[in-house]
Design a binder for this molecule. Structure first.
Ligand SMILES: NC(=O)c1ccc[n+]([C@@H]2O[C@H](COP(=O)([O-])OP(=O)(O)OC[C@H]3O[C@@H](n4cnc5c(N)ncnc54)[C@H](OP(=O)(O)O)[C@@H]3O)[C@@H](O)[C@H]2O)c1
Length: 113
């Protein structure tokens, strides 16, 4: 299965912030690990619907449609406001990248026993 990095593509164009961007920038950032899981997806939905958080989540591979589609379907249009990071829990660099700049981390990624 194809892997994707967390690098954002750069167009070379300067992007000016609009009011929505500035508003989002002021919100506290929270990273929810295990976004495809039961708890992670539920917490993402709760936080996004509050509208007072800049919400990220980690998944193992955001190109894995089988895992991502239920998250997208569950969140509906809220999914557009979710920043999704690839982070296998055994990859410290990926975790560092996902939580960089976050004020809060809600750690739900875990094998369910
Ligand atoms: N559900 C409950 O009522 C409940 C109650 C108390 C405590 N807990 C605990 O809370 C945790 C999460 O529960 P849950 O119900 O949300 O479980 P879940 O639905 O199985 O979700 C687990 C999540 O962790 C991810 N994950 C597992 N191993 C990973 C790894 N090595 N690297 C990255 N991601 C990984 C899974 O990713 P994939 O989707 O890619 O597999 C999935 O997103 C568990 O430890 C559970 O014991 C749950």
């Amino acid at each position: 299965m194809e892997k994707e990095t967390n690098e954002k593509p750069t167009s070379g164009k300067t992007k000016f912030m609009d009011n929505d961007d500035m508003e989002k920038q002021k919100l506290p950032t929270v990273c929810v690990t295990g976004g495809t899981g039961f708890l992670g997806s539920t917490i993402c939905q709760f936080l996004l619907s509050e509208g007072t958080w800049d919400v990220r989540c980690t998944v193992r591979n955001k190109l894995n449609d089988k895992k991502m589609q239920p998250l997208k379907d569950g969140l509906g249009r809220l999914f557009d406001d979710l920043d999704v990071y690839n982070a296998e829990m055994e990859d410290p660099d990926a975790i560092d990248a996902a939580i960089e700049g976050c004020q809060y981390v809600i750690h739900c990624a875990s094998p369910f026993p």
